[in-house]
Design a protein. Structure first.
Length: 332
């Protein structure tokens, strides 16, 4: 049975809309709700996703909550280990810790941190966080961090610890996901060919690490726009979804690691960039597109990014209802 999650309205000023959408998602049977992290982007993303999730944890009972993703090198690992442990307790073990290395120079400049060597810091942080979550006394000596017989309190209640889902596309990122994570969570920007090629690299690293690729979760994040008809969904996608790709990636505001770099698909044409990438359409069309990813990738947990810059709250509420009523039952 495939699990379904979603990314609701983002941006600190829209917390009440996000909360209403998340509560509706729990009521209608979604399995998870996720927040992304980026900084200094007006009316989009969350600068402090764990704080927003803490608010959600106190208002929900069943739905899983997670970060997709948190930019780990911006944080001290002890602080993150403590905050995530408390969030896990507040949610009664419903927290999934999603993290990645980050890539935007302006975000690292904001925190006065170098982009260089963030990879080794990221790997060290993951190792240290896991030890802090699971060991009574932590002894750790690395290039970036050292602890000598110290611990955090409280530790998480999830056993053995909150699931760690790691993003990234490069060989080293996939290797770290295999060795240090519980799952690799691909972001929404890559097309199916890129996803499948990266998955094979990830599987090879899992085998080298002594792990069975058949026994790990296979989450996947996708851009999703659903409406009553294909034409209506495509009109919404043209107006809102393409903004992220045409203005941010195509406009040169962000140097994305895939869009405009490895992937030269035109970002201003919905038909071109949608192919084997976005899930846009009526319920029937959305079901068919999800089945294609399920058959090719083996998705076990689909995370639907529903919010796109400027999209009204009522459209997202309608999307949540349509997915719950018309799509989720097909995969259960």
């Amino acid at each position: 049975m495939m699990k379904f999650g979603f990314i609701p309205t983002e941006g600190g000023h829209y917390y009440s809309e996000f909360l209403e959408e998340a509560l509706l998602g729990e009521e209608l049977g979604f399995d998870s709700v996720w927040l992304e992290e980026h900084h200094s982007v007006k009316n989009h993303y969350w600068p402090s996703p764990l704080i927003a999730l803490a608010g959600l944890a106190t208002r929900t009972e069943r739905i899983m909550i997670g970060t997709d993703i948190l930019i780990l090198p911006l944080y001290h690992p002890v602080r993150i280990a403590e905050d995530a442990a408390l969030l896990d307790i507040m949610s009664n073990g419903r927290f999934i810790f999603g993290a990645a290395i980050g890539y935007k120079p302006d975000e690292f400049a904001l925190y006065q941190l170098p982009l260089e060597n963030r990879g080794s810091q990221y790997a060290e942080s993951l190792k240290l966080i896991k030890k802090l979550w699971t060991e009574e006394e932590v002894y750790f000596e690395g290039k970036h961090y050292r602890l000598d017989g110290l611990k955090i309190e409280p530790r998480p209640i999830a056993e053995p610890h909150p699931p760690i889902w790691l993003g990234g596309w490069g060989n080293l990122s996939l290797k770290r996901a295999a060795e240090l994570g519980d799952a690799w969570v691909p972001g929404p920007t890559a097309n199916l060919e890129k996803i499948l090629n990266a998955q094979q690299v990830y599987f090879a690293h899992l085998k080298t690490a002594g792990k069975d690729p058949g026994c790990v979760e296979r989450p996947l994040t996708r851009e999703v726009v659903i409406a009553e008809t294909d034409a209506k969904a495509e009109a919404i996608a043209e107006k809102h979804l393409l903004i992220n790709y045409r203005d941010e990636y195509g406009g040169g505001k962000w140097k994305h690691p895939l869009i405009g770099a490895e992937d030269s698909t035109p970002v201003s044409e919905l038909g071109s960039i949608c192919m084997d990438r976005f899930i846009v359409g009526s319920p029937e069309t959305v079901i068919a597109k999800i089945k294609r990813f399920e058959e090719a990738f083996g998705v076990s947990h689909l995370i639907c990014r529903l919010f796109h810059a400027g999209m009204p709250h009522d459209i997202i509420m309608n999307e949540i209802r349509l997915l719950a009523k018309e799509v989720l039952p097909t995969f259960r």
